[in-house]
Design a protein around this ligand. Sequence first.
Ligand code: GUN
Ligand code: ZN
Length: 590
Amino acid sequence: MHEPVNACLSGKVFDRRLKKKVSEFSFEVKYKDIAGRIGALTVNGRKIETPALMPVVNVNKPVITVEELAGEFGAGALMTNAYILLKSEELKARALSEGIHRLLGYDGIVATDSGSYQLMVYGSVTTTNREIIEFQENIGSDIGSFLDIPTLPDAFKPRAEEQLRETLARSREAINAKFAVNAGIQGGKYLDLRAQAAREIGESFDLVAVGGIVPLMESYRYRELADIILTVKENMPLNRVVHAFGLGHPMVFGLAVAMGCDLFDSAAYSLYAQNDRYLTVEGTKRLSELEYVPCSCPVCSRHGIRLKELNGDERVRMLARHNLYVTMEEIRTVKQAIRENSLWELIAMRCRAHPKLLDGFNSMVEHSGWLANLDLISKKSAFYITGPESEKRTEVLNARSRMKRVSSSCPVELPVFGEVPAELLDIYPFNSLVEDYGKQRVRDLEKVRALMDYQFGAGAGSLIPGGVRIKRSRATQRIRWLYEGREMIASVRASDHFILPHEKLAVRMKERFERPRLRVVLADDADAVEFVRGGKSVMCKFVSDVDPDLRAGDECIVVDKDDAFVRTGTLILSPMEIRDFKRGVAVRTR
Ligand code: GUN
Ligand code: ZN
């Protein structure tokens, strides 16, 4: 477990040796679903909400102006190429004298790339790692890159190894850069190399970029893409912001976000437009094959299918605008799915647009064992069976392992889940699959005890005494409150029927289950303990230990270092995330 960080470090950060201002960088998670998250990212005082798309601006020929990107398209971050600036005498001089923000006329986050993409496409570049790093520092990039070497997907392993070795050496030269380093992770299609790169890069950088994946996206090799992204995620701390380099096609956003990607950049909106390609969330259409436009963005509403008749530059401009509208729209759709906890359902639908995308989806499903540790135990949206993959979903794995804690005299057969104790049918995810609760004749006491076992472990149900008074809501007739004499020992959450133990019951649970079970242990910090006792949320940085069997969304017992009861609350993040994050809320107390 990490040590709590000193609160005075959270403002501007100074490199002690250089006494120069280095970049300020912070990231915290607000909402989550599977490994996807809505986060707050701040770089140099500039804030964006993630997942976010950074449209790429080509300073030489912007197809869509920076003003339009910032205004109409609402881009909070842009990406441009530092190598292109460096190679033009005029732009180089202007960038150095005005700084990148003034040059672009933009006050959001500016990310710059290093020329690695040119290296991938043309095989060589005429700069060095040190030169391009220093240039990005001098023009004031918020986010910059070292000159990583993108390995082509079909490179032989010795070549991939050699390129990774050089990339890692170059990453070390960027460790003290004065911008937030967008640290490229290479390794081609070799997962052991990706894992090694992720471990080394993940140790030193806050922002990591899965590189060399554009060719996989363009050739629909989504199975390999999914394996690469998840291998990277599984091998680095969860508080690292993950950028998918060049992944700009809206058909993959849902899948990539569900696996834990936070940032995307897109030159695709413009590159595809230059080839007369019309992007949709289901795939790419050639403009010439369209008889109807399936979209109602301002461009499609105005021009309709007459988009085809526009000439030359105007057609490219309009196509690029349409492409960017659908790209930005899909980011919002994915974010809404995270808020509703319906990301599995969204990607199940998106990935059926193409068999190769479905391959990628199935590849992600193979990693469900790991993803289940991160996912929520209870969700706002109903669990819909979408296909054969549903059996391997994170919620099913979590529910199956918890059902083993419950002994039932009355099991019911449910699709996907198999035999489920009838006592549990009121709660997520089973309640999505059962139409008539009334049919299950289970006594209230048995139901409540089974829920306790399911949520907290075998034996927790026996902590509810036989004489407990179980009260129902008058409006819904569902169980809502548990009393022992006059004292309420638990309530039942109306939204999902989970039991919320109050202090008396929580203390009993704490005595029944040994530390660290069911617990979030606060660090040795009297102020933090007082804060939480007073009803404030538990911040990640004040947690010294968490029961790894808990899940985000679970009720937990907050204790101090001596295991004394402090509060009950709901876990906002998973135990693995709480371990890795130093920012954000770990537990919302009750
Ligand atoms: N743009 C697209 N792919 C890459 C990559 O692998 N590295 C860098 N630096 N930029 C990219
Ligand atoms: Zn459109």
